[in-house]
Design a binder for this molecule. Sequence first.
Ligand code: GLU
Length: 313
Amino acid sequence: MGRQGGATTRYRGRFAPSPTGPLHFGSLVAALGSWLDARAHGGEWLVRIEDLDPPREVPGAAAAILAALETLGLHWDGPVLHQSARGERYAEALARLEEAGHAYRCACPRARVARLARRHGPLGPVYPGTCRTGAPPGGPHAVRVRVDGAEAAFDDRLQGRHGASLAEAVGDFVVRRRDGLTAYHLAVVVDDADQGVTDVVRGADLLEATWCHLHLQRLLGLPSPRYLHLPVATGPDGAKLSKQTGAAPVDLRRPGAALERALAFLGHPVPEGLHGAPPAELLAWAADRWSVRRVPPVRARPACGTPSGPGGL
Ligand code: GLU
């Protein structure tokens, strides 16, 4: 249960994969963590396909991710939402930002932004606001939201308090890209609000992106969910496992083994007697015991090669 707008609301979580490849160990950790947190709270768990970016999309990946979730026993509630069908809602939100004077057109291509930036923040070069007083007419342009003097801070359920001055750490950020596509930050905020999401559980690579989300929620008058950022799984080179870098797909011939590995990663190693149990049994056991206090409070952990035993893989 949570409180939003004064009313007690039922927990509603979500898993929001981008269909850029099949489910790999890193995305399984995010799916499993958000599923367990929702089920342990007696809440709902939604799946949203973040197919906002056709050039990065891999044909068949969305269907493969959904089939993988089914095989793993991570069943979702209600219909799957596809961001590709939500253009109108994003356009409405963008128009509201523009009409209220919170957003402006920016003609600077990425390379110019990198050149102009005097600082680099956790999300990249900090845009110094060059087009704030007017972009040259014509040509492709992005839309940026003004951060002015805003501060963003939140208490992450695992990672603790994270706050920043947006002007220093991020700068005015893009809500519609130069290629006309809606930026992730705007879409995620509109969707989480429209879907009544109370709890966002996702990878810690998005910890600082949350500042942008809090800022947009404030400007658009939307409620802010609670946030829990799980450690991301890294490969032997220390980099985050990702679909783009070719992380191996989860082996769906042995879904229980994949779940056991992900549970251990999240600080919930299954007892000897449960090894080899079917997914439903492993998930029921884990949902009963799920505690954020057992999840290692770090931003990243190796996906393999850690010592075995409690908490190891
Ligand atoms: N679509 C994002 C991803 O696959 C996750 C976004 C979110 O959970 O807010 O990394």
